[in-house]
Unconditional design. Structure first.
Length: 215
């Protein structure tokens, strides 16, 4: 069984841009892969296709053996973290972390447990009562990562989540992401421009050029 399988996936945007061409690869359960390549190579598009935020033009996407190619994002159990994540401005950190679980109708005790656990893993346990605008950029990205963690998805999709942070913070958070991913054993696809990040976080490195995988 694979956690994720892309089978000859092609994306042609309206207007004819061929963003992704015949991409096939898979991730084993718990495996981490870094997706690298120059700007415009199609990295973000691949993540968005897997998350269901864009429709596939041709090909198939399977999650844990299930064909999700035509399913809405809600029906795919994946969590995506972006370069800059907008937190819900009217909710405190706690509310931001709890939001997806509340929507899902989880029990209050379960929500509380997962929120506090994720906050502790990410070092934001003392920020649970803050509003998003009272947080630094690094703290906001920790909350964004926490929102993905509490959901216990089948797959993490991270799109340069550390790109806007200073080098020291990047290094710290990189290690934290690695630690938490290993603890949860959830497969992860991580887009980055940073070779160091790709080395540390990717057990495999997938290189993309002009929409196609190299090698
Ligand atoms: P990367 O993440 O590697 O920088 P992207 O996946 O963002 O690359 O983009 C791949 C190609 O698809 C680029 O040529 C980009 O201009 C194009 N593209 C991305 N999004 C859209 C869109 N919504 N409509 C049309 N073209 C797009």
């Amino acid at each position: 069984m694979t956690a994720l399988q892309l089978d000859h996936v092609t994306k042609i945007y309206p207007g004819g841009v061929r963003a992704v061409e015949e991409v096939s690869f898979d991730l084993a359960p718990g495996q981490r892969a870094a997706l690298v390549g120059p700007s415009g190579a199609g990295k973000t598009t691949i993540l968005r296709l897997i998350a269901g935020l864009e429709t596939v033009s041709r090909g198939q996407i399977l999650l844990a053996g299930r064909d999700v190619t035509r399913l809405s994002p809600r029906r795919r159990n994946v969590a995506m973290v972006f370069q800059q994540t907008l937190l819900y401005p009217h909710l405190r950190v706690y509310g931001n972390l709890a939001f997806a679980l509340k929507m899902r109708g989880a029990a209050r005790s379960e929500i509380d447990h997962r929120v506090r656990e994720a906050a502790e893993w990410l070092g934001i346990g003392d920020l649970l009562h803050r509003r998003p605008w009272e947080l630094s950029g690094g703290q906001q990205q920790r909350v964004a990562l926490g929102r993905a963690l509490v959901r216990r998805p089948q797959l993490f999709l991270l799109d340069e989540p550390l790109a806007h942070l200073d080098p020291e913070l990047r290094g710290q958070l990189r290690e934290e992401i690695l630690r938490v991913q290993q603890r949860l054993g959830t497969a992860m696809l991580y887009v980055t421009h940073d070779p160091m990040e790709a080395q540390v976080l990717g057990q495999r490195i997938l290189t993309l050029r002009n929409g196609g995988l190299m090698g």
